[in-house]
Design a protein around this ligand. Sequence first.
Ligand code: NAP
Ligand code: GLV
Length: 346
Amino acid sequence: MTGRKAGYFIPCAILTNVEISNLLQELAMHPLSIIVAPGPWDPEPWRNEFQAAAEGRPVHIWPQDGSAIGDESYVICAWKSDPKVFDRYSDPKAVFSLGAGVDHLHVLRSRPDIPVVRVIDPDLTMRMVEYVAFAVLYLHRKIPLYQAAQARRAWRPMHQPAATRVRVGIMGVGVLGEACGKLLTQLGFEVAGWARSRRDVSPFQVFSGQDSLGSFLERTEILVNLLPNTPETAGLIGREVFKRLNRNGRLGNAFFVNAGRGETVVESELIDMLSTGTLAGAVLDVFNVEPLPEESPLWAMENVLVTPHVAADSDPEVIVAQILRDVKRLERGEGPLNVVDMSRGY
Ligand code: NAP
Ligand code: GLV
């Protein structure tokens, strides 16, 4: 049998003193309301998942449900939403990104009082590992050339260097970059990374800071971008970066994979490098403008594979579970996990 108060189910049974004290503590807490602002995403899977997991806490989808919040405390869970949500609901206990990146929450840089929390989850990480492994193997194993040969019904075996002779470089060696680098290392590739800060211990060589960028690029044949979009990284990858890549390695060409953020790349220069052969091919998941405009030359380039920002999707079941864990922490007076330093932007 159960009773109900403030959105919680209370078991009516014989309880120990500790259980009674925990229960009283719980009753003293105010459950947080949950505002979900999923921007361009279909709101219904998020509504369903939050309602199923919220244990009675009110769930409001914004803007679809209107201004349904009264004077109760709340959190906001957002993805590329209209920033007006932060004007309308200006005092959240925390703001949760529905993905790993927080660049879409840049308006909150002026609100250091609000904790901004991002997704760190093995499910999302593995999706990115799959995508990057696929993209690197697709380029390394010359699949675009075999697809073109197949279209001509041509049987054309090509020389295949061993992965152990191919140098992959990963820009951004955070949660995702490190996991991708580990798997590529296991596949045999010679992996190095580039990050902002120095590492003393790392599963592969990591170059750090602007001073070492040149050395990192000069060794790299397949460049993988997993940098976040911040004021420092915006427009960082352009002609000068692509020109410095290693075209004299076993692949005999340089390639680019972008699964980080489109804003970190100067897209006009990327298109130029792909047209002139400075870059022999690319696998691109993220772009300056999304959806990629119909008139973009990238759509029609034979040496480019375009995917629509799906490298590591946010699965509502996984993300909602992580957020509810933090909502409960907040209700207990504890801080959420995975809080982002918005002053540095990631
Ligand atoms: P993270 O753990 O925060 O790692 C970010 C990495 O970038 C860190 O290694 C950091 O260096 C490095 N970095 C940041 N600014 C830098 C700078 N100015 N110079 C050099 N290195 C810099 O982030 P993550 O979880 O790995 O995610 C990375 C990005 O992937 C996200 O921000 C998002 O944009 C993108 N993403 C894309 C998809 C998709 O579907 N396409 C899905 C999820 C995420 P330090 O280690 O020194 O701090
Ligand atoms: C997707 O782009 C994410 O940041 O999770």
